[in-house]
Design a protein around this ligand. Sequence first.
Ligand code: XMP
Length: 205
Amino acid sequence: MATQRDRMDEMIQGKQVSHCSRPPARWRHELKGVLIRQMQIARRVRKLADEIERDFAGRDLVVVSLLNGTVMFLADLIRHLSLPMRLDFIGVSSYRDGTQSRELLLTKELRLEVRGRDVLVVDDILDTGKTLKCVLDKMRELKPRRIKVCVLLEKKDRRVEKVRADYVGFSIPDLFVVGYGLDFAERYRNLPFVGVLHPHYYQSS
Ligand code: XMP
């Protein structure tokens, strides 16, 4: 039977998480608010892992994670998976020093063989879709059996490429977010929650 907590999680999935709570004092100067709390993330990540586990049961899974923003999400997600799996990384950099999208830069190639295998691509955030489109096009050339995509966050309003994720942690409004692996100019990745940066903070730097 679904518990109240389950129902809350279902409400969060695919819907806009738009209410911020007050950030811890240490971060109040830089952050407007906390958009997704540590406990919300933990519960949702466990649910995503359950879904993935069900969908890939009996398969030889290769998890391909995009560097660097997935670091926390990936670590939490895969520790809930008891499937046999292998892990590799692709390095793609687009927001290298701020919030402006730039040319995509491939910083690390895939090393594992994925031909004929089941691949789960893990990314931090699906925004315009340019990054994932580029990665998925590249992956398809390697002829995996199937590819599924898992993202922690998505901003639906900003999509310019026709890309969708099979597993979405949270759908968020068009705000620049940091924390839980996501950065601004390589900072804030260590925050255990997803927070919203004060626009004046990044606009002036
Ligand atoms: P696209 O637009 O290609 O973007 O879907 C995906 C990549 O852009 C970065 N990104 C963000 N990083 N806060 C961040 O820290 C954000 O709000 C944000 N939006 C996009 C991120 O690296 C992602 O993989």
